[in-house]
Design a protein around this ligand. Structure first.
Ligand code: DX5
Ligand code: ZN
Length: 214
């Protein structure tokens, strides 16, 4: 299991310390980019991503919760970001082209969906995406409660990926903690994103280790 703590839950007044902690303990560093249009919240943009990229010692995993995600692929590539996901709801018919462009830029391409999108909507992209991101809360805010129906969605997507003879990783994002991580692992998740569970803990490294062992 790979663990991708979300920097959204970090202490923005001491971001360098938190990036250092994640560089020591996490597998990936998850960057939640929100534009105030695709989701009703704004997080951070390139002034923060550029700064994080300069010091991060773990691969960066950018989760674009924005309209027109294709506008940002080049800058993410310039920052050395390793994984880029965007939402099917935002890209629509451009999803295949977006996945292709991310891959052509040498990054891993991920397709994300909110909980109200039938998970079957991802099936046509099995074989095109390097990973999938199944949201287990509605994108926009950290600290929300895990939606239990997400487990069945991960299982269904895992089954379809297996049916196609592939092993594409499934990332799960939202309300993930040490309690639901084992169920998520059994359902077929391969990457766990966790914001509050990691940063609200007095020992973030221990939470990361627990999630990894799930
Ligand atoms: C929500 C973001 C998540 C969020 C996770 O829109 O995509 O990555 O930061 O935070 P928690 O783990 O607190 O739900
Ligand atoms: Zn995210």
């Amino acid at each position: 299991m790979l663990v991708a703590p979300s920097l959204l839950a970090a202490d923005f007044l001491h971001l360098a310390e938190d990036v250092e902690m994640l560089s020591a303990h996490a597998d990936l560093i998850h960057l939640d980019v929100m534009d105030g249009t695709f989701v009703p919240n704004i997080s951070f943009g390139f002034s923060v991503i550029d700064a994080v990229a300069k010091v991060a010692r773990k691969p960066l995993d950018a989760h674009l919760m924005v309209v027109h995600p294709e506008r940002w692929f080049k800058r993410l590539q310039q920052d050395g970001v390793s994984m880029v996901s965007f939402h099917l709801e935002a890209a629509g018919e451009q999803a295949s082209a977006c996945l292709r462009e991310i891959r052509e830029r040498g990054m891993q391409a991920g397709l994300a969906v909110n909980p109200d999108v039938p998970v079957e909507a991802l099936f046509p992209y099995v074989g095109q995406a390097d990973f999938f991101l199944v949201m287990s809360v509605f994108a926009g805010f950290g600290g929300q409660a895990f939606i239990p129906e997400s487990l069945g969605r991960v299982q269904a997507l895992r089954a379809e990926i297996a049916r196609r003879g592939l092993q594409t990783p499934i990332e799960v994002d939202g309300g993930v903690n040490a309690q639901n991580a084992p169920e998520l692992a059994r359902a077929g998740a391969g990457i766990l994103v966790a914001g509050s569970a990691v940063f609200a803990s007095p020992s973030p490294a221990a939470v990361i280790a627990a999630l990894r062992g799930a």
